[in-house]
Ligand binder design. Structure first.
Ligand SMILES: C[S@@+](CC[C@H](N)C(=O)[O-])C[C@H]1O[C@@H](n2cnc3c(N)ncnc32)[C@H](O)[C@@H]1O
Length: 349
């Protein structure tokens, strides 16, 4: 599918389903053309959020544990649940390297979606086995490998979410990306709490304790981040038209996410221990900035004066990746810091 072939009526119908909540009432894909139109637009935009998440996992130095590669030459097994057009599974394979993936399993309550995702994955990665998941697999206890979930929480009744949690508990690693809304982020936080006795948080958290956003003082906040807009998108008339018709602000790509891995006897070294993760975006003013800082001790607002660290102040205005920082504090104030991506000798700014 190319922009020349796009069917705007299909996209308008999908938009109606997504914003009205109708999408939660059952399978809504009516043809493979629906999925092709979605894949080029909504799906691609979700792909940019995945790119940001996977860059952060690189920044953290994380790779899925070898236990997530149970079969076939030590290669990874992936399960994309609620796959839609399959963008999340394909982004994960690209990130892991197709040579390192044995099998991509797909599940969606729409067979049209699973078929589309299967064909797209086969085309992009001919060396990877692609399978539809069977109800038998879902109901059984076979290992899941890496569970990939993207933009499904809004559409799940409580019973389905419970079943999905059961599936998650069979995974070795979970990478789950959702929209950056308060409601969905809060649901992800709840899932983290339910899973954290068996799974350690890889990202966005920098600690293994209870989520600091659960503190009553933080009830108005939620854990979300912003992916950078694609270069050139504002000058692209097709994307501009899509943004207008879909009512989407192309400058803003809010997302929430959770990456976890099963706890092991010998826990890996925590690369982010002692670091803070900035939630949302820094608010930069003339001469100072404020950030909502998630740390092992809790989530709190911190302030940086530009004169204390012009380099860090600049990073706040134009971050080059996820803001995972080890603060130098004077009392409650930030006076300097070290970014996780710059963990090289002399990397302090
Ligand atoms: C918004 S789409 C997201 C698709 C894809 N994961 C992505 O990120 O682009 C939600 C998908 O979840 C599927 N879905 C919703 N409820 C489901 C359920 N109970 N079981 C399986 N799939 C479901 C829908 O059919 C749809 O393909």
């Amino acid at each position: 599918m190319t922009w020349a072939e796009i069917d705007w009526n299909v996209l308008d119908r999908l938009r109606g389903l997504f914003i009205s909540g109708e999408a939660a009432k059952g399978a809504y894909w009516t043809s493979s053309a629906d999925l092709a139109n979605y894949d080029l637009t909504y799906g691609e935009r979700i792909g940019w959020k995945w790119d940001a998440v996977l860059r952060e996992l690189d920044q953290r130095g994380w790779r899925p544990p070898s236990a997530a590669a149970p079969a076939r030459d030590g290669k990874f097994a992936l399960l994309d649940w609620g796959c839609g057009s399959g963008i999340a599974g394909r982004r994960m394979i690209r990130w892991l390297g197709a040579d390192h993936v044995a099998v991509l399993r797909l599940w969606d309550h729409s067979a049209l979606a699973a078929d589309f995702a299967e064909q797209s994955a086969r085309k992009s990665f001919p060396g990877v086995a692609v399978e539809h998941l069977t109800p038998g697999f879902l109901a059984g206890d076979a290992p899941v490998g890496i569970l990939v979930i993207s933009h499904v929480l809004n559409e799940l009744p409580a019973g389905e979410l419970l079943a999905l949690r059961g599936l998650a508990s069979r995974a070795e690693a979970i990478v789950w990306v959702e929209p950056g809304t308060q409601e969905v982020s809060r649901a992800l936080i709840e899932l983290r709490e339910q899973l954290r006795d068996r799974f350690r948080a890889v990202a966005p958290c920098t600690h293994q304790g209870a989520c600091g956003l659960l503190a009553p003082d933080n009830a108005r906040h939620w854990c979300h981040h912003f992916a950078p807009p694609q270069p050139g998108i504002f000058a692209d008339s097709d994307w501009v038209k899509f943004g207008r018709r879909a009512g989407i602000d192309l400058r803003s790509l809010p997302y929430s996410f959770l990456a976890m891995e099963r706890r092991r006897k010998a826990e890996p070294e925590d690369t982010a221990a002692g670091f803070a993760r900035v939630i949302g975006e820094p608010r930069c003013y003339k001469g100072f900035a404020k950030v909502l800082s998630c740390e092992a001790g809790g989530v709190s607002e911190r302030m940086l004066q530009k004169r204390d660290s012009p380099g860090l102040f600049k990073q706040f205005g134009r971050p080059e990746g996820a803001l995972v920082c080890r603060w130098t504090l004077a009392g409650e104030r930030i006076v300097g810091g070290e970014l996780l991506s710059r963990l090289t000798p002399g990397g302090g700014i």
